[in-house]
Design a protein around this ligand. Structure first.
Ligand code: NAD
Length: 355
């Protein structure tokens, strides 16, 4: 029997509630296979600041580096909004990703038939959407030098090295190999030198994946195409700032923030987390939707542990729960047969995942 070590970072707000449900589902699916989990909890965010004075204690980094993967809830809340920037929960998370070296952010956007009316787009445009944004996470204009400002001028620099482009491109092509084998690389090569290098290097890397069809698109067109005809995309490969914007746009195709998982990978240890925040407005009420976190746990099984069959079981269990009309409050207006609490939804999915 194999035992996987998972670092659990529950965080603030609804974080503990949704992580508990993901753990329930993980344990349930593990019972069908020849592996189990050993969890170690670590602090991050406001709760870590309250106890240690640091939103990212060194112990959390150590526990994470000593695990097979990190499952993360969410951090932040008004209580900590007025702290100096380096003490704020969000600074802890940015530092955490950098410390772990996770350079690739994967964000799937899937439209479930049962929730097709949750999107602001027409059903005939979004039915069947299943795409993945692969965003470079720790380079590009957010980190490039020189940067600065004076009273009358502000400046940032978009820099990508060949090495940075090569490694994110490999991530995208490898993921495409497990999907519909299509990569669309997004850049602004008609204007930016950095994008010309990006396009050149992505094209070179593509030669190592002859089965994958590569196309290129300018970012302004991609923003438009995502709304006009999102089904044309399988894997969208982008740099940091373009990916930041496009992945938020793509996430709204499905209409509900409580459904969308993500993974930050590339280094030895990956971080798996819902795309939403700590939702302080509903924390402690037992109404948060745990599905985004449960699907993040499924991504963890797939991308960190290679347990694809177990991941498939979770994905199928989520679809079945939605198909049978179970809804948490945030999606209750879309054909609910039964409105359930956070923990009821977790139990239903855990039960289906064990079958
Ligand atoms: P948010 O994502 O926490 O909430 C936005 C809205 O969506 C709220 O109305 C909330 O109730 C709802 N919502 C979010 N997740 C839900 C779920 N699982 N089920 C049902 N409803 C859900 O964003 P926000 O309100 O802008 O931020 C709140 C705090 O979270 C802030 O401190 C922010 O900095 C932090 N934040 C953290 C992360 C992270 O930990 N990765 C990401 C974004 C925001």
């Amino acid at each position: 029997m194999k035992t996987y070590k998972i670092a659990l970072i529950k965080g603030d707000g609804i974080g503990p509630e949704i992580i508990d449900e993901a753990v329930k589902v993980l344990d349930s699916v593990a019972s069908c296979f020849d592996f189990d989990f050993e969890y170690e909890e670590a602090l991050m965010g406001g709760c870590a600041y309250d106890i240690t004075g640091d939103p990212l204690p060194q112990e959390t980094i150590n526990i994470s580096l000593n695990s097979d993967a990190v499952l993360f809830g969410a951090i932040g809340g008004q209580k900590w909004d007025n702290l100096p920037r380096e003490k704020r929960p969000e600074s802890g998370l940015l530092r955490f990703r950098k410390e772990l070296g996770v350079y690739a952010n994967l964000r799937p956007a899937i439209v479930y038939d049962e929730l097709i009316n949750a999107s602001s787009l027409k059903p005939e445009v979004i039915k069947g959407v299943d795409l993945m944004v692969v965003r470079e996470l720790i380079g590009g204009i957010y980190f490039g030098e020189p940067k600065g400002r004076d009273e009358n001028k502000g400046w940032n620099t978009m820099v990508y090295t060949r090495e940075e482009i090569v490694r994110i491109a490999h991530q995208a092509f490898k993921i495409a190999m497990t999907r519909s084998k299509r990569v669309c690389s997004i850049d602004k090569a008609n204007v930016l030198d950095v994008s010309q290098l990006w396009r050149e290097v992505v094209t070179e890397v593509a030669r190592e994946y002859p089965e994958v069809e590569l196309s290129h698109m300018y970012v302004d067109n991609a923003a438009m195409q995502l709304i006009r005809d999102p089904r044309q995309f399988d894997v969208m490969l982008t740099g940091n700032i373009f990916g930041d914007i496009l992945s938020d746009e793509a996430s709204m195709l499905s209409g509900s923030i409580g459904l969308l998982p993500s993974a930050s990978v590339g280094a030895k240890i990956g971080v798996y987390e819902p795309i939403h925040g700590s939702a302080p407005d509903i924390a402690g009420q037992g109404i948060a939707n745990p599905i985004a976190t449960i699907l993040s746990a499924s991504m963890m099984l797939r991308y960190a542990l290679g347990e694809n069959d177990a991941a498939d079981k979770i994905d199928t269990a989520v679809k079945r729960a939605l198909k049978e009309g179970y809804r948490t409050k945030d999606i209750a207006q879309y054909d609910a047969k039964e409105v359930c609490s956070t923990s009821e939804m977790g139990s239903i999915i855990a039960n289906y995942a064990a079958k």
